[in-house]
Write a protein that binds this ligand. Sequence first.
Ligand SMILES: Nc1nc2c(c(=O)[nH]1)N[C@H]1C(S)=C(S)[C@@H](COP(=O)(O)O)O[C@H]1N2
Ligand SMILES: [Mo]
Length: 314
Amino acid sequence: MLIKRPDDIPASEITPRAMFEDRRRFLLKAGAGMIAGAALWNGLPRRANAAPMKLSPLQASPFSISEAQTSYKAVTGYNNYYEFGTGKEDPAMNAGVLQTRPWTVRVEGLVGKPRTFGIDDLLKLAPLEERIYRLRCVEAWSMVVPWVGFPLAALLKQVDPLGSAKFVEFVTHYDPKVMTRRQILDWPYTEGLRLDEAMHPLTILAVGLYGEVLPNQNGAPIRLVVPWKYGFKSAKSIVAIRLHETQPATAWNKSAPQEYGFYSNVNPEVDHPRWSQASERRIGDLRKRPTLMFNGYADQVASLYQGMDLRKQF
Ligand SMILES: Nc1nc2c(c(=O)[nH]1)N[C@H]1C(S)=C(S)[C@@H](COP(=O)(O)O)O[C@H]1N2
Ligand SMILES: [Mo]
């Protein structure tokens, strides 16, 4: 009789964390021979919008960094998600109303096979990986987050981008009934990448963090993570991905083009017009640290920008 250990549970079996922990305690107590344990594992209900739920198994990634991780509390309690307010604690307080299931992502535009993916299809598209990345906000703070996700390239390959496709636009969920901040940006929040940036192996769609399903305030059920760019490129709660021939507009670029360019690569040499980008404060650590070119990912991504003037194309 085999009893599945937590690590053996496939990604499709997502369990509420409280249950997961109870069950683990139960299994530890019961020992490996306990038949009832296996029955319980298999009989778990799937819940919509439940408390944190475990995602597993997770593959480790060679792109993960080994720096100290920002606490779960800070990663999920200090957020930017302006649809739910501009205070750092607003998203954690207000985003609970977001209904993240059922959820679909339309992939359309210049593709051979446009398709709408359900969130469960997306979870099965590629092996889920843990990606421990630096996240550098344009506001000069940073975090280290153990994301759970898969390469965006795995999704794009499914839809056959046409030769004419050069850019990718990300459109996020907007529901004025629950997202009551009307004036801040031109909703829905949209972002964009060049197709080669989107296909880069560092670029992921994240569905979790700290081994669990993404909390709503972090962009549930699926958000972009582009670790060498300022955090605002990493659009939350994506509902559509569109391939274009020309550079798409982005929410921040439309609202303040002199402050937020299309590329938004982390660059300590190009200041924001209102503050320096040369250093940053890691959340949970008082001392300032120098900001690294491309947020420390220069070896992997600098070649994408060869020949470009990064002061002009910021
Ligand atoms: N839809 C949406 N996505 C968004 C934002 C937002 O306001 N709305 N804020 C961005 C900014 S400025 C940052 S720094 C990151 C923060 O991600 P985190 O809260 O998971 O750390 O989300 C980005 N994605
Ligand atoms: Mo940000």
